[in-house]
Write a protein that binds this ligand. Structure first.
Ligand code: GUN
Length: 318
């Protein structure tokens, strides 16, 4: 993959020229494409009598969670879904939360249930996530969905939203570049249950040769240098260096890290900025294409939550 040659050939769609090397993968445009398709299919389903319903449960007053949950509700409404939000006090007991989940499991108007994490101390997250019906588990965190993905039954599994969105970006980019993923070397850096492990399964389902690397990997630079596709999900700011990126590789950066910026903001406080797990400025010089942070994988996560909810509703409608 020759980035300079591709700059002029690639469609001005999900990828666009950077002017300094590889292409920029635009997660906002890709997420808008996914959301438009979800909205169109929702119209068809609603005409047959089923409106997808998404219930989001927020326990306590974590400000970041409030922002995320608000964005999920807004996206659900824009897709034409029935959207409900349950705001529970931080003092809510595990038993009360489990009772709410049981009632949502039994509610035919609800096709997706999302319990926003983290939960307050004293509530067992594993027990709560396992209480959600696997058929309504739009986060893809229930062991049944983890198992279905593990055995490669992607058509039945509800897949976690961030790796699912990363795969959509990768496939759209590969299509724009005219590259076949089949047989290529992928390296996933990070082994979390929410991103790294499901990402490995998804890449395997595309017949890629997949390596999972992590903080104990002996030769991380050498491992990443082999990769035609790098997926970074370690949660460490700019840990993946530009000279680790094989010329022509596609880089999907899942990390979102807040670090000190330059100067002071309007309130006189030191500015901060968001960076990924990849040193973007250095890596774009080698990569064929790379996701920026912000504006790369981030917008895809909510789009895939809508996609999962629609799939769940389509399945319920038969
Ligand atoms: N908190 C941060 N990200 C997520 C997510 O993807 N799902 C849930 N349920 N909670 C989160």
């Amino acid at each position: 993959m020759n980035a300079a040659a591709l700059d002029s050939a690639a469609p001005l769609d999900v990828v666009r020229p950077s002017g300094v090397g590889g292409l920029i993968i635009d997660g906002k445009i890709a997420s808008e494409q996914v959301l438009a398709e979800v909205a169109a299919r929702t119209k068809l389903l609603a005409a047959r009598g089923t409106v997808p319903g998404l219930a989001v449960i927020l326990v306590g007053e974590n400000p970041a969670s409030q922002v995320y949950v608000g964005a999920k509700g807004k996206a659900a409404k824009s897709c034409g879904f029935h959207s409900v939000q349950h705001d529970l006090a931080a003092t809510t007991t595990e038993a009360e939360l489990l009772a709410l989940i049981a009632s949502l499991n039994a509610d035919p108007a609800i096709h997706g249930i999302l319990v926003q994490l983290p939960l307050p101390e004293g509530i067992d997250s594993t027990k709560v996530l396992e209480a959600v019906s696997p058929l309504k588990d739009v986060d893809g965190f229930h062991p049944v969905n983890v198992g279905l993905l593990g055995v490669g039954d992607i058509s039945r599994a509800l897949v976690p939203c961030t790796p699912a969105g990363s795969l959509v970006l990768l496939e759209k980019t590969a299509a724009a570049l005219g590259v076949k993923l089949d047989g290529l070397e992928a390296v996933v850096v990070g082994r979390s249950n929410i991103v790294g492990k499901p990402m490995v399964q998804l890449l395997l389902s595309k017949n890629m040769t997949v390596t999972i690397a992590h903080s104990r990997t002996k030769d991380l630079p050498g491992t990443v240098r082999r990769a035609d596709v790098v997926v970074a999900a370690v949660g460490r700011p700019e840990m993946i260096k530009g000279d680790w990126i094989k010329p022509g590789a596609i880089v999907i950066d899942v990390g979102i890290n807040r670090v000190p910026g330059e100067g002071l903001n309007a309130q006189g406080k030191p500015k901060t900025k968001l960076v990924g797990d990849v040193d973007y400025a250095a890596s774009i010089k080698n990569a064929a294409a790379i996701t920026p942070v912000p504006g790369g994988v981030g917008p895809m996560t909510i789009a895939m939550l809508m996609s999962n909810t629609l799939r769940s509703a389509e399945r319920a409608a038969g």
